[in-house]
Ligand binder design. Sequence first.
Ligand code: IFM
Length: 447
Amino acid sequence: MSMPTGPAGPLRFPRDFGWGAATSAYQIEGAAKEDGRGESIWDTFSRVPGRTRNGDSGDVAADHYHRYAEDLDLMRDLGLRSYRFSISWPRIQPDGTGAPNQRGLDFYRRLLDGLHERGIAPMATLFHWDLPQALQDAGGWEFRDTAHRFADYADAVFRALGDRVPAWLTINEPKTVVQNGYLSGHHAPGRQDPDAAYLVAHHLQLAHGLAVRALRAVGGTGRIGPALNLHPCYAADDTPEAAAAAQLYDGYENRLYLDSVLKGSYPQDVLADLGARSRMVRGIHDGDLAVISSPVDLLAVQYYTPIYVTADGRTEHRWPTSVAEWQQIYPDGMYDILTRVTRDYGPIPLTVTENGLPTPDTLATDDTVDDAGRITFLREHLAAAHRAIADGVPLESFHVWSLLDNFEWAEGYDQRWGLVYVDYSTQRRVLKRSAHWYRSVISDGGL
Ligand code: IFM
């Protein structure tokens, strides 16, 4: 990757940089009951009163299943070079097992063909949290067999779509499934069981490794890697106690997922903290870490926020937050996490597959959306990514979260994360000011 020097401005990105945007199936597709799609745990979870804001669900979402051609044109008009989306497991295997549903595969084939026709490189995530409900009924990610079901599903997808997908991501943010689905319980399946949570972490990692092996077994030519949300963890003060607490926090936030995939071991401090009697530690079988650390081709990093850890292991906020109160806006964290991954894990190709924030966007009477805060946020985070590249990080691409406003899980439709505003009453799309800005960043090749 060569950094061009040229007239356009001080922060030029590599000429072949993959300027992109990201989405996920349940958050945008809608069409929850069409073409043979089965139920996912998010369909079930959203129906339980009180689980999502306003009782919102992904039943209709941004209606992308029907409007994908219009959305592809939007991507082309923005100048995107890369589009990261996810494949809905219950569209492909309505009950989580068995022969693939051709109508589900056909939808993704149409989407992929549309991307190629417009010169946009697809990046497909196999699992972005929409587990088939039938597999949850059989034990979900607590059940080791689910990892094998995932490998079977991945195999079917690789065979059907592999000729059209140059880059695959296995599991989106396993940590969020662990923390939100099994610790706090505010995501599907809504459990609050720490012992189960870390067994789930292991099975998600195992599923990742089995899918990597499945791709190699079918002779797939696409590249593959995990999609990890990484949070730089800093000590909240300069006591040795805060440093030790931040180090352990980092184990749970980052090394649990990075070390297992890239070093073939779980971090000893986390294993010791969980204890030999924990379900996770007892659930690690001989050979599992060899599977989990099957060589990958790229690592997808998702960065939103840092974490500051106090001596007694609590967390503190230090920087301004966004509409999402868990987020602290700290662009240097992007630089820190990218350079740290390269320093600690070697020069594996990196892609940023998510970065963004929700802003209080409203559609003005002149049909514009002035999301100045998103422009500032993205400019500063892109500048931090540029600094990381200049310091030797092999970062290939950057995907804004998100292309479109969408279903933000437990927050329903209240939080708007898109470059493109969706008027949910009509499903009309309106480019926000940030989308116009991003288009010029792409055409200038930098900031
Ligand atoms: O919307 C989510 C996405 O599904 C996973 N990463 C974080 C985003 C914002 O919360």
